[in-house]
Write a protein that binds this ligand. Sequence first.
Ligand code: NAD
Length: 374
Amino acid sequence: MYQEAIEQAVAHYRELLLSQVDRAEKMNNAQAPEKKDKTVIGIVGGDGIGPIIVAQAQRALEALLQDEIKAGKIELRSIEGLTLENRMAVGKAVPDDVLAAIKECDVLLKGPTTTPSGGTMESANVTLRRELDLYANIRPACVPEEGIDWMFFRENTEGEYTLGSKGIELPGLLTMDFKVTTVAGTRRIARAAFEFAKKNGKTHLSVVTKSNIMKKTDGMFSAICHEVAQDYPDIQVDEYFIDIMSANLLKPSLRSTFQVILLPNLYGDIITDEAAQIQGGVGTAGSANTGDRYAMFEAIHGSAPRVIARGMGDYANPESIMRAAVMLLQHIGMPDKAARLAAAIDQANVNAPITGTREGCTCAQFGDAVIAAL
Ligand code: NAD
């Protein structure tokens, strides 16, 4: 009864496998990018609260980088059109003209983008991560008073996300999705995490998988991380399964011992929101998506449609995207300006606290406080 559907699924699977072989081979043959004299920072508003919070981060960057902008070393370039309306109108997660404009930039500061549930529209983020080959998702979480200083390195282009919109369905009977892990993809995220640890004096790295269940994909991820670890004998490596790691982040006697945490895509997606909540909520957390050529910096949260629906968009917290701007400045080689912005955000949290209610400060008032503290 299902013979025809099975044959179609097998043909579909063959196409998927060939596409992944092609992707893996491209990674194996990747060349180092050329160095450039000028850095173009693309500013993308996104959906929902995105344009509201991004505007404040843009103000801070304009204030901090005014000399470099005048000297032509840095350009802040607004990229329009990555909105849900436009994406739905052209039926593409990232419209071609927007993608072309983004590829003219070096780094992006991006507001959150809405992904419609169901249907076949891919997330704009998943598309951008793939198109720009942003393989490392880097998210810090700090709670100094509890000795927490974590840096998560989440693999950003593989696992369940590579073929997330390309699963198989035998209607009325079953559905199947696919998880993909490549040798090159794992090696490069492991290398990025160990290099970060080495450069930042970290001595402890935790690999997190579910290799007891996902034996092929997570099993290989784990094996390659341990292989890369051989080049970093001063870094102590341990390994946890994702379920117990989720508990360990809440365990006071253990959690302050973690430093760098290296994980495949889906586990990293989930556990970094837990980490952000421990830090003070998703509205406080920024993240970097980096590759060898491009990098994209964003808040870890989404477009907060409920905040907009309640008419509270102006009270959204821009701290997340401003923390992302701190990471952007570090990435483009400006650690002093990054530290100034981080300190100004800390100060704004004291002078212009956001509560998410009308009693607290607005997003723009928080932005004013950051500019005043710079
Ligand atoms: P969400 O992150 O948008 O919201 C989760 C909760 O956090 C909500 O209660 C929201 O009110 C609150 N919140 C988030 N950011 C805030 C801020 N800066 N200030 C104040 N409150 C804030 O999660 P969701 O509702 O699951 O997702 C909404 C949409 O965003 C979905 O379409 C989803 O696909 C998309 N999304 C996009 C990204 C991205 O672009 N990087 C990431 C996650 C989700």
